[in-house]
Each structure stands twice: as structure tokens, then as C-alpha cells.
Design a protein around this ligand. Structure first.
Ligand code: GAL
Length: 329
């Protein structure tokens, strides 16, 4: 009897320990550069990503990475931007070895936008064809009726014949959508307007500047467009730069490096990927970057930092931890 009591007590204690480990703590702040767990306690695997705010929920799309492998596009959901639930693989690699999205190719920097005309979620990403390294330099497109997917691969192309590597999407207030992309072996940064269904490139395609920039992240404030980019040093960090324009098609004026704090000259050991406006808060934008770990890409960290404004000029100030109440409760 005593043994029974003892062993059930032991069982209960073990159960409590296991439960405590299984249920990760709810997160109430951003801790840039620290390991970020999803609501199940798994490390978030969504690199080079972008966010979509859709019907009161945020969705985070990003590259699912292995040690070096590109394993498709993961999607997470959140109501508060701190706690992310794994929703699964939004776009999987194809098992058909002749497919453009078969394994051994690359899917990088996925971004998803919603098209109200076609009622489709449209994903664009940087596609590299299997076995060709970074030679193909194409934009890939996939669609889904459900935000979390599964997305169906549609096609890939070079917009108006231009190489398309690092990229982002931007939807303007009038519903027009654009791809901003690195072209001509990354020497050129270009913009192309998408067709009304968001599935293709129109011929409205312009050179923004030829500064050898990539990792574009864009936002709009008070009628002005701001663009943060990185230099081109692969996975290694470098100095960010900020440009401003009154029109997406330019001219874009350089405003220098907006990063402030330790390692600001190396984007805090990171590389831009996206800028997320926070709905319901005035002038609230989150700068999102990747701190790549080329030895184990899935283990790369995320840097989320608030953008502040100094005489209307965006500043990204490093902070170890912060909350959305930097913009008021
Ligand atoms: C970076 C680029 C990443 C990835 C990497 C590969 O410059 O921003 O998305 O393509 O190069 O080396």
C-alpha cells in the first residue's frame, strides 16, 4: 500500500514536471535575437519571412529550413504578435522530381497578400530551380483560398526578363500590388507592378537604384514610402540603408543607415526581411530581420524591433526586450 502511494505520488510529480515543460510560458514581450518558441514549445522555423494581417489574425510566413535545406514555406498564426501557433507547411516542396519546386531547389523570402477581387491568397517568393544554385533567379507564385494553405504552385518567371532574387511584396492603399526585387546579379533594385489578380508582372517595371542592395523591406507613412535594404554579402551581416520616396517608382533618396545601438553598422548582426505596421496604433511599424546562422539555417534567430521617428526620419534603435505598449496601451 505504502509502495502504491509512493509510486502514484512519483507519477503525479513526473506528470507535473512534464506538463510544465510541455506548456511553454505565454510571451508578453519581444526579445530580439533570443530563441523564439511557438505555442507548442518548438523553435519557430520561418526565415526571410513576411507577415499578413487578415481578419484580426496575424500570419507569419517564412522559409522552413533544415541545416541548409530549403524545405518549403511554414505559416504561423497569432492574435498578439508575441505568441505564434504553428499552422503547418503553407507551401510544400513537390515530390515530383521534374517540378520547378522539387527538393534541392530553393524557396526564399516568401510573402503573402490577399486579393479581394479573386478572393485568393497569393504567395510570391524567390525561386531557385533544383540543382542550379542561385542561377535561375526567378519569382515563384502560389495561391490558396485559405490563408494557411495548402498553397498550390502556379508558375515562375523573371519579371519582364529581369532576374528576381531577394524580394518583397507591397500592397498600396488603392489595392495595387508591387514586387520590389534584386535584379542583374543583385546590382539593381527594381519594382514591378502586379496584374490585378496579383499573379503576374505588368510592364510597369522600373529601376529604383543600382547600389548592389538586397533584402528589401518597405512601409508607407504619411504618404511617403520608406525602404530598408541590406548590402550583398550572402549570409554575413552588413550595413543597412534607408531610402525615401513620394512614389514607389521613385526617385528614391538615400537617408543613410537607420540602425542605432550595438552592432548597428551590421544591422545588429542581421538582415532586413519585412516591416509590419501595427493596426490600431498610430505610426507603429515593426522592423523584422533575420540573424542568419549559415552553419545551421533553421537555427537562425529573428530580430523584431520597433521603428521610431526622429524628425520624421525612421530610426531602428536596438533594445534587448520591448512590448507593443511602446506605442501606448
Ligand atoms: C543573402 C540573401 C538570402 C540568401 C543568401 C544566400 O544575401 O539575402 O535570402 O539568398 O544570400 O547566400
Amino acid at each position: 500500500m505504502r509502495f502504491l502511494l509512493f509510486s502514484s505520488l512519483l507519477c503525479l510529480t513526473t506528470l507535473r514536471v512534464v506538463q510544465a515543460q510541455d506548456v511553454p510560458k505565454r510571451q508578453t514581450s519581444f526579445k530580439p535575437g533570443e530563441v523564439w518558441l511557438d505555442t507548442k514549445g518548438e523553435v519557430i522555423n520561418a526565415h526571410g519571412g513576411g507577415l499578413l494581417f487578415d481578419k484580426g489574425t496575424y500570419y507569419w510566413f517564412g522559409e522552413k529550413r533544415g541545416k541548409s535545406a530549403s524545405e518549403g514555406v511554414n505559416v504561423y498564426s497569432s492574435k498578439d504578435l508575441y505568441n505564434w501557433k504553428m499552422e503547418g507547411l503553407a507551401l510544400a516542396k513537390s515530390t515530383d522530381t521534374t517540378s520547378e519546386i522539387a527538393t534541392h531547389g530553393l524557396m526564399e523570402r516568401p510573402k503573402v497578400i490577399y486579393n479581394p477581387r479573386t478572393k485568393q491568397y497569393v504567395m510570391w517568393f524567390h525561386l531557385e530551380l533544383p540543382g542550379q544554385g542561385y542561377k535561375a533567379a526567378r519569382a515563384g507564385v502560389a495561391v490558396s483560398k485559405n490563408v494557411t494553405g495548402p498553397y498550390t504552385y502556379v508558375k515562375s518567371f523573371r519579371p519582364n526578363g529581369h532576374m528576381s532574387r531577394d524580394m518583397t511584396l507591397f500592397v498600396d492603399d488603392d489595392g495595387s500590388a508591387y514586387e520590389i526585387y534584386s535584379a542583374r546579379e543583385n546590382y539593381d533594385l527594381r519594382i514591378v507592378k502586379l496584374t490585378d489578380d496579383y499573379l503576374s508582372a505588368t510592364s510597369q517595371d522600373t529601376l529604383l537604384f543600382s547600389d548592389h542592395r538586397e533584402a528589401p523591406a518597405v512601409f508607407k507613412k504619411d504618404g511617403k514610402y520608406f525602404l530598408i535594404t541590406s548590402g550583398c554579402t550572402g549570409w554575413a551581416p552588413n550595413r543597412a540603408s534607408l531610402h525615401v520616396a513620394d512614389s514607389l517608382f521613385g526617385p528614391w533618396q538615400p537617408l543613410g543607415d537607420p540602425m542605432k545601438g550595438p552592432m548597428a553598422d551590421k544591422t545588429f548582426d542581421g538582415q532586413s526581411t519585412y516591416i509590419q505596421p501595427v493596426p490600431g496604433k498610430k505610426n507603429a511599424f515593426i522592423f523584422i530581420a533575420d540573424r542568419w546562422n549559415p552553419k545551421d539555417l533553421k537555427d537562425s534567430r529573428y530580430l523584431w524591433l520597433p521603428i521610431s521617428f526622429d524628425a520624421n526620419q525612421p530610426v531602428v534603435q536596438w533594445t534587448d526586450a520591448w512590448k507593443l505598449d511602446v506605442w501606448g496601451k
